[in-house]
Design a protein around this ligand. Structure first.
Ligand code: ZN
Ligand code: ZN
Length: 132
């Protein structure tokens, strides 16, 4: 059976997100997708991102007012460093954060389902630029 273009485009977008192994915003996703399939529109990208979110395949990370990234959902919790110079997103994991969350869970009558932590600053490259 021949696949409908819609299904193919959907798969293409998911593949790109998987290959990226990190964070893409909608624009970057579109840029990469259109290289492989010129028929893809920005609207298609948004529509599918919305669908992926609903299906729980993709996490939307609103790192601040400006940055909104998408990444394939993973089982381990991780956190983000966001460079204010170039917009690069660096991931980190920290047992210390997990400890804090556990402690808060114990000490409050609150069921924590998700922790979002992002730290803003400058990456090494941008820091060097500022210093020179
Ligand atoms: Zn930077
Ligand atoms: Zn991430």
């Amino acid at each position: 059976m021949k696949e409908r273009p819609v299904t193919l485009q959907r798969r293409l977008l998911l593949d790109i997100l998987r290959e990226a192994q990190g964070h893409l915003d909608a624009r970057e996703l579109y840029r990469r997708a259109v290289e492989k399939d010129p028929r893809i529109s920005m609207a298609t990208v948004y529509r599918n991102l919305h669908l992926f979110k609903e299906l729980g395949l993709v996490d939307e990370r609103r790192l601040n007012k400006v940055y909104c990234y998408y990444e394939i959902k993973r089982s381990t919790e991780h956190y983000h460093l966001v460079c204010q110079g170039c917009g690069r997103v660096i991931e980190f994991e920290s047992p210390a954060v997990t400890k804090v969350i556990d402690e808060v869970k114990r000490n409050s009558d609150f069921d924590i389902t998700r922790a979002v932590l992002y730290l803003e600053g400058y990456c090494r490259m941008c820091k060097e630029k500022v210093e020179n």
